[in-house]
Ligand binder design. Structure first.
Ligand SMILES: *Cc1c(COP(=O)(O)O)cnc(C)c1O
Ligand SMILES: [Zn+2]
Length: 398
């Protein structure tokens, strides 16, 4: 078992970069993508080799960047279930509405995938201190994996980041800072610290390996739906890493000849109060402008500006997907309904994606018998401040 990594490549100017040292962006400002020897991999490895291994994202070792197994930092991430949301599907006129429940990951979100691969690779390349701005969940995940790796972690997040995520970072021993503002403001603080102290910066897409962790969602979907990929995959988009990653996974599987048939329509959903990528999509642009006054209860997608916007837009357009928004009212309503009807306590970001399933059905992007898969990116239980329903106090015998 070995990694088939061959290098890092800039998707914009195509420059190649050394993958044997800690690297952030390309000189042109673009994030870097990891490349593999897919020809050799497809000759020397079989899908059934992967399927024989224990569940979890490290079963895809050959298509991940870590060279030496001893550098793997794992808490049991990946291998999350896919199951139907039958009642919500009925309501929306979708006979096959599926959810992949990323809330089952360590730290309760799919951020664990990016953190497991990102921290493993940072460890392999000798990082001593990692710093990142976060909307909350990435910080919690990276704090957990860094603690396990023995790497010092510095996290900056908006003051109003979900309370659970703040407490998690502190619990894992990360230096945790609250910033008056958004994730973009937290990013400024981190960059100052990086320049001054030489920390390794792991902000979204500033290092190339988080995508590799998140792409394993795509690899799992391919394994879990052996009769063909869904007609559409809906993803609540902040920085867009998950969507970029899944799309990368499908293209790699296709290049290896392991994936036949059509690729899914990739659907990017954002909140009405913070929708830079949706706006760029509607205006036919390749890059998104900074979204002024960003606000939404779905903290994970409260990202006013994303380095990988052009990669999200490219995946959405070349897959025949779409980009759309839902309101905070719709998020709360869908969140409650999904819990009550289907017994799934999803996160607000996941609720945005569930609601988007109705929207793409109504606009005719998918038919009644098409499989639509929604990513529930995190566990609803992390958002107790949004659960305003109260239990009743017993006042007399039942
Ligand atoms: C981070 C996050 C997102 C957005 O993920 P990106 O890959 O940055 O687009 C969505 N949902 C939750 C719960 C998150 O924590
Ligand atoms: Zn470049």
């Amino acid at each position: 078992m070995r990694s088939y990594i061959t290098g890092l490549e800039c998707p914009k100017c195509k420059k190649k970069h050394d993958f044997r040292k800690l690297t952030n962006l390309c000189e042109c400002g673009s994030p870097l993508l990891v490349r593999y020897d897919l020809d050799a991999l497809s000759r020397e490895v079989k899908p059934s080799d992967w399927q024989k291994r224990p569940e979890g994202l490290w079963r895809y070792r050959e298509l991940l960047p870590v060279l030496d197994e001893k550098n793997i930092v794992s808490l049991g991430e990946g291998g999350t279930p896919v199951f139907p949301l039958e009642e919500m599907g009925k309501k929306y006129g979708l006979n096959k509405l599926l959810v992949k429940d990323e809330g089952m990951n360590p730290t309760g979100t799919f951020k664990a995938r990016g953190a497991s691969v990102g921290v493993s690779k940072a460890k392999e390349l000798g990082a001593q201190t990692i710093a990142m701005p976060t909307a909350g969940n990435a910080g919690a995940a990276w704090a957990a994996y860094s603690a396990r790796a023995g790497i010092k972690m510095i996290v900056a997040m908006p003051e109003d980041a979900p309370a659970t995520t703040q407490a998690e970072c502190v619990a894992y021993g990360a230096d945790t800072y609250l910033v008056d503002g958004l994730i973009s403001d937290a990013g400024r603080y981190v960059r100052q610290g990086v320049a001054k102290h030489g920390w390794f910066e792991a902000a979204t897409l500033k290092e190339p390996y988080r995508i590799e962790g998140k792409k394993t969602m795509g690899l799992e979907i391919w394994e879990q739906l052996p009769h063909g990929l869904p007609a559409a995959i809906i993803y609540p988009t902040g920085g867009g890493v998950g969507l970029i990653g899944m799309w990368k996974a499908f293209l790699e599987l296709k290049a290896m000849g392991w994936l036949k048939g059509e690729l899914p329509k990739m659907v990017c959903v954002q909140a009405e109060g913070c929708a830079p990528i949706v706006r760029a999509y509607r205006e036919g642009k390749d890059h998104a402008e900074f979204f002024q006054g960003a606000h939404t209860i779905a903290a994970g997608v409260r990202v006013p500006s994303a380095l990988g916007d052009f990669l999200v837009l490219d995946a959405v357009r070349s897959s025949g997907g779409t980009a759309l928004t839902v309101s905070d009212e719709e998020i709360l309503e869908t969140w409650k309904e999904t819990a009550e009807k289907d017994g799934a306590l999803i996160c607000p970001e996941g609720a945005a994606a569930v609601k988007a399933a109705q929207l793409i059905r109504d606009m005719g992007l998918v038919g009644a018998d098409d499989t639509v898969l929604v990513l529930n990116t995190g566990a609803g239980m992390k958002y107790t401040e949004l659960m305003t329903g109260k239990a009743k106090k017993v006042t007399e015998p039942f």
